[in-house]
Design a protein around this ligand. Structure first.
Ligand SMILES: [Zn+2]
Length: 534
């Protein structure tokens, strides 16, 4: 029988961590039909991969592309890095479920992250069933912060028994629909207002359905070690798979301590806790500007935050807390020059400038300039914060069990998602690991880097037929040139595609061909239990 595509002449690195070997791959009906030294069978299309690496399609295990994929289903910034599957709904933030009467609350809450998305009432089942055709596959998580907003708004207290039962029902519905699990964002309200017991109750729902838990841990700066311990304790108490997302040590006082935290995680893994970690390879983070300020400011929501920041006594208290402890979540930074406006829906003229620079231009105290900015932008500003040490980035990246995830959205240089100056990780994460860190810096072997983007991520997600190049598996395949693969996106000019990735196949269809997007949208929603072990 003929093949649809043969990928010929490349070095096959299969996702197990094994080195490359010369082989040809035959694709038929969306699956890998054959892998052999030579395939002398006719094919509708031969892809010449001479001098290239043929790898499983990259799984971006940590994204927020639910906020952008419906606006541009071609997934340009990701598929051009070789990504074939996006995991969305992370950090406690999901677009679904959204129950009657809560559309405006959810829209406002997510405005610094999803400024262009249309929100509507939806069950999780409707959300999955109506998701548009995309260039890449998607895996959905249900967000704890979203559940809390549905059940009890932005209240800073424990849920009542009824409210917790409401969250439980919504989570059960999401898991039945095919969500892979629950995500939490314990660093920011309202997730920050929850206690571990609340999460353990929801975790038991995950356990009964074989679902997973991904967490933006409670603190990534001075209490990062306690926060890692909380995630491990959750895994031990509930017995489900835990993923710590975008792992980092933020704030100058925490720099140099990455290995301590990795040792703690390694010890937990050795005693049988199912825990994985992912990381993006940059020294800057990205977040809503409001989350850099003390969490208590957000109690009740954005309108109350804006109202509070107008009061002199509140400003004085916030200034004291910033001076004493540094930024909330991010720790101490050298100055507001380390914080750059990324996307600013109501003051877009400032995108790309630092808050220190804006304060200097106005000739006022930098903290006041930040408070004024939050008020003027209705709390919807997104910023890039340089708060991580390069040595720690490298220590975490080369740790054998750490996975690669972008924490970035699928966007494009054109159209609605081309606005502002997003973090360059949206365009560069995977190419930066393969080009800068593996080829140029020789931080780790190429086959290990690929494993951290493919097979190991598929294992962490429990995928049954993706993440490896194996006969019978789905044909998600990325072909790249190890000599030229590189990121070109920078903080100043982030809307630039990665280079050196000529071919990307999703579900057996060419999405990137000769380095260009074909317009094909062969991706679909992967469902727990069908596409994963559950
Ligand atoms: Zn996060």
């Amino acid at each position: 029988m003929n093949f649809d595509i043969i990928i010929r002449g490349g070095s096959v690195i299969d996702g197990t961590g094994a080195d490359g070997r010369p082989a040809e791959i035959g694709i038929r009906d969306g699956r890998i039909a054959a892998i052999a030294p030579r395939l002398d069978v006719p094919a509708a299309r031969i892809v010449d991969a001479a001098g290239k690496v043929v790898a499983p399609g990259f799984i971006d295990i940590k994204t927020h592309s639910d906020f952008t994929l419906p606006l541009n289903p071609k997934a340009e910034s990701k598929v051009r890095q070789g990504v074939t599957t996006e995991v969305i709904g992370h950090c406690g933030f999901s677009v679904a479920p959204c129950i009657p009467g809560k559309v405006e609350a959810l829209r406002q809450y997510l405005s610094p992250s999803a400024p262009w998305l249309t929100f509507r009432e939806t069950t999780f089942t409707q959300y999955l069933d109506e998701y548009p055709a995309l260039a890449v596959n998607t895996i959905m998580l249900c967000g704890h912060n979203t559940l809390r907003i549905m059940a009890m708004g932005m209240e800073r207290r424990k849920p009542t028994a009824d409210e917790l039962a409401h969250m439980t029902r919504l989570l059960e519905e999401a898991l039945e629909a095919g969500a892979f699990g629950l995500s939490s964002g314990l660093f920011t309200p309202p997730g920050a207002f929850s206690e571990p017991e609340e999460l353990v109750v929801l975790g038991r729902v995950l356990k009964t359905r074989g679902a997973r838990y991904a967490t933006h841990i409670r603190d990534e700066s001075e209490k990062v070690h306690e926060a890692v311990s909380e995630a491990i304790a959750f895994g031990e108490a509930v017995g489900v798979h835990v993923q710590i997302v975008h792992f980092k040590l933020s704030g100058m006082e925490n720099w140099g301590h990455a290995q301590d935290a990795l040792d703690t995680l390694d010890a937990a893994r050795r005693r049988g806790v199912q825990i994985d970690v992912d990381q993006y390879p940059y020294t800057a983070a990205s977040n809503p500007l409001r989350n850099l300020l003390p969490a208590w400011l957000q109690e009740g929501g954005d309108m109350e935050l804006i109202d509070r920041l107008g009061k002199a006594e509140v400003r004085a208290r916030v200034k004291r807390e910033l001076a004493d402890k540094g930024l909330n979540n991010f720790g101490r930074i050298p100055s507001w020059d380390a914080v750059r406006v990324s996307i600013s829906p109501n003051q877009s003229q400032y995108a790309g400038r630092t808050l220190g620079d804006i304060a200097a231009e106005r000739g006022i105290d930098p903290d006041d300039a930040v408070f004024d900015y939050v008020i003027a932008d209705k709390a919807a500003t997104r910023v890039v914060v340089t708060s991580i040490a390069e040595d720690d980035v490298r220590t975490i990246l080369k740790c054998p069990f750490v996975l690669v995830g972008s924490d970035g959205n699928a966007v494009a240089p054109y159209g609605i998602t081309g606005q502002g100056r997003p973090h360059p990780r949206f365009y560069g994460t995977f190419a930066r690991v393969l080009g800068h860190y593996v080829r140029d810096e020789k931080l780790m072997p190429l086959a290990l880097a690929i494993r951290k983007m493919t097979g190991a991520s598929a294992d962490a997600l429990g995928l049954v037929d993706r993440g490896y190049l194996r006969e019978g598996y789905r044909a998600d395949i990325t072909v790249f040139d190890p000599a030229t693969v590189a990121e070109t996106a920078t903080y100043a000019e982030p809307h630039r595609y990665a280079t050196g990735i000529p071919t990307v196949v999703v579900n057996g269809a060419l999405v990137i061909d000769h380095g260009e997007h074909t317009g094909a949208l062969p991706g679909h929603v992967l469902r727990r239990g069908t596409d994963s072990r559950a």
